[in-house]
Design a protein around this ligand. Structure first.
Ligand code: AMP
Ligand code: MG
Length: 323
């Protein structure tokens, strides 16, 4: 089969990180936010999640990790409640570390794209996390630019039956996509919706209007006969929604206000494999494959289009006509 060890270690550590994030969200009135230079909120949970996952992966595999966070701001917070709080949540997760060790674990995530590397978004959708909406812990292994293993933990996404909160999506190249409750070891295979029942087709897009072009997204959806209003979700939970058939399309077209925004690999790698292994298709808005071989940004791609596969060409054609 292949990648058993990578799959199982990634599941274990993504679960631990998701629990840490849930614990932060439950216990903190103010989730300890700092302003990063791009003004996005970063929390105790982002740092804790990245520290936990990077330390585990470095000790287990030693591969480079390209993660979203770095510890520069946290090192400046030495002696403050923020750093102590990160240490406290890590302790609760079974990981005791000095402030220097914690910062060093986080900075293991400052690796470069290589022949084999992991990419990590310790909390994708931090804004959703802070608003009590969707967020994800997203981890993927890439070899020679090809996605091999992906784990997407979505602690606020109900499993299909709606009873149990917390969904884990796991994919290995060539082995399909599995969905399991966050706290259970058994799952089920999931596949995209190719029923062709257009009346039930929906599309997903970001909650944040600045992360896409919602006017154009609505036009493209209409052009491919999707007439229901969009499902708006934060984070790569959108990829989970396509993989399990809640939606047939996820559109992320460049926001008019963002200049030439190059997407970041950790915002897409795990989700992309989860959708592809569920039978779907992921490209940029010109139909080109996403480039995970070159850098931490998708410089050669523009926008992202994720679909059930069957409608993909129609979407790309609609983009050629209307974008
Ligand atoms: P979402 O929850 O899907 O809206 O996406 C959250 C991610 O959007 C964050 O992790 C950021 O890396 C990313 N992001 C920030 N600015 C932009 C932008 N202008 N266009 C697209 N994505 C962005
Ligand atoms: Mg992100």
């Amino acid at each position: 089969m292949g990648y058993e060890r990578e799959r199982s270690e990634a599941i274990t550590v993504a679960r631990l990180a998701a629990r840490l994030c849930q614990s932060v969200r439950k216990h903190m009135v103010d989730p300890g936010t700092l302003e990063k230079s791009d003004r996005s909120p970063v929390t105790v949970a982002d740092f804790g999640s990245q520290a936990l996952i990077c330390r585990h992966l470095i000790e287990t595999f030693g591969d480079p990790i390209v993660g979203e966070e770095d510890a520069t701001d946290l090192r400046k917070a030495e002696g403050t409640d923020l750093l102590a709080s990160v240490q406290g949540y890590l302790r609760d997760a079974g990981l005791e570390g000095t402030s220097k060790e914690v910062c060093d674990w986080i900075d293991h995530g400052n690796g470069q794209v290589a022949d084999r590397y992991w990419t990590l978004d310790p909390i994708d959708g931090t804004k959703g996390f802070l608003r009590n909406d969707q967020y994800a812990v997203a981890l993927a292994l890439i070899e020679e630019g090809d996605l091999k293993v992906a784990v997407l933990a979505c602690p606020a996404l109900p499993v299909n039956d709606g009873v149990c909160l917390g969904t884990l999506m796991v994919a290995v190249r060539g082995q399909g996509t599995e969905m399991m409750p966050l706290e259970a070891d058994t799952g089920e295979s999931v596949v995209v919706d190719t029923s062709g029942n257009e009346a039930s087709h929906r599309f997903v897009e970001s909650v944040e209007s600045g992360h896409g072009n919602q006017t154009l997204q609505a036009k493209i959806a209409t052009a491919v006969d999707i007439h229901s209003p969009s499902l708006r979700m934060d984070s790569q939970a959108k990829y989970a929604a396509v993989a399990r058939g809640d939606a047939v399309l996820y559109l992320r077209l460049p926001s008019p206000g963002s200049g030439r925004y190059a997407e970041k690999i950790w915002d897409h790698a795990a989700g992309a494999l989860v959708v592809e292994e569920a039978g779907g298709t992921v490209t940029d808005m010109h139909g080109e494959p996403l480039d995970f071989a070159s850098s931490e940004r998708l410089h050669s791609n523009e926008g992202v289009v994720v679909s059930n596969g069957t409608i993909h060409n129609n979407v790309i054609d609609a983009l050629k006509r209307l974008a």
